[in-house]
Design a protein around this ligand. Structure first.
Ligand code: MRU
Length: 347
């Protein structure tokens, strides 16, 4: 993605490894300041994930992959590092997918730096393909609603829900994006709007409560969101507030699409009921940009994600094409032992 640091334009990814450090665009300062966070140790990497220096399921996965490669170079016990990373954030599936991928690479005696680079390259490739498949849903004049941030910053580059928008833009289509501000961390207002601006895509930020009005008035043609974890039946965990948009979209006959790489799909969970939902600090709700906004004595609840049942999801845009939620199981390889033997004809 294009960013300007201290007046100098640069082409950066969300996360990369340089001089033995895991480097990240520090998303806590955007859109006002572009800073780079430097993780020298695996604990620095874990803190970056917990404190949302980096956020978005695929980006977190790649960060963990680089963190494990760094730890491998430092001669550390990868099992300890993996256990620490597994405790950082519970909902996004890519974190666990990345840790398992790197542990398998280590067990297979692979070069971990090369494995992490390959993981990051594959992530970009998956996002690019999501963009190509999803761009077919966007025509001239399409009015899109999106929630939270699923742009380049939420992956290594390119993004998930924003990838179809980028490709449609590259293909010369004109369309408009309504961006939910996404309380409490404001990923929509702070990150998605910044990315859309950089990409030259027309948009407007709306409050989280306003989407129903626009959907009800017929002013939105397509809802496009990312995902943090998708269960085998298509139930999808995404940023808190997504479920409500999906229900109102269905009520108004507006298609609701989820864009995610297959690394976000967790086929070990039959449904969304078992997806762990992260509960973050109440302080995120009680403050806005560091300023208190509620009585000091009031408690708050802060679940970071909700689960949208598959029945509200029109399709899931993956790197392998646009799938119905019911088709998800078919995209994973059938283990050889489970494959049916071809029948021999009886004479
Ligand atoms: O808490 P975050 O910022 O890590 O959550 C990210 C989201 O929920 C986004 O909506 C995103 O679409 C999922 S990751 C591409």
């Amino acid at each position: 993605m294009h960013v300007t640091i201290e007046g100098v334009p640069r082409e950066l990814k969300t996360v990369w490894l340089e001089d033995g450090m895991v480097k990240l665009i520090d998303q806590r300062y955007l859109p006002f300041d572009v800073r780079v966070y430097e993780a020298k140790t695996y604990e620095d990497v874990a803190v970056a994930i917990e404190d949302m220096v980096v956020r978005g399921a695929p980006a977190i996965g790649a960060t963990a992959a680089y963190g494990m490669a760094q730890a491998g170079e430092q001669g550390l016990d990868l099992k300890i590092v993996a256990d620490r990373f597994r405790k950082t954030r519970p909902t996004g599936q890519d974190l666990f997918y990345a840790i398992d991928t790197m542990m398998a690479a280590a067990a297979g005696g692979q070069d971990l730096l090369a494995a992490a680079e390959r993981y990051a390259r594959d992530d970009i490739e998956r996002c690019r393909k999501i963009g190509e498949h999803g761009a077919k849903l966007i025509r001239n004049g399409t009015r899109i609603l999106t929630h939270c941030n699923a742009g380049a910053l939420a992956a290594v580059d390119y993004g998930t829900a924003m990838a179809p928008m980028r490709v449609a833009k590259e293909q010369g289509r004109r369309f408009f994006v309504y961006v939910d501000e996404t309380r409490p961390r404001l990923q929509g207002a702070r990150l998605t709007a910044w990315e859309l601006l950089e990409a030259g895509i027309e948009h407007a930020i709306i409050t989280d409560g306003a989407a129903g009005l626009f959907l009800g008035r017929g002013e939105i043609d397509l809802v496009l969101v990312g995902a943090d974890r998708i269960a085998a039946n298509g139930d999808t965990a995404n940023k808190i507030g997504t479920y409500g948009k999906a229900v109102v979209a269905k009520e108004n006959g507006v298609p609701f699409y989820v864009a995610a790489p297959t690394s976000t799909i967790d086929t070990t969970l039959a449904s969304g009921a078992k997806i762990p939902i992260e509960e973050r600090s109440p302080q995120e709700v009680l403050h806005l940009d560091g300023h208190p906004i509620a009585p000091k004595e009031s408690p708050a609840r802060n679940p970071a994600f909700d689960v949208t049942p598959a029945k509200y999801i029109t399709g899931i845009i993956t790197e392998r094409g646009i799938l119905k939620p019911s088709q998800l199981r078919t995209i994973h390889e059938t283990p050889p032992s489970a494959k049916k033997k071809p029948r021999t004809k009886k004479r």
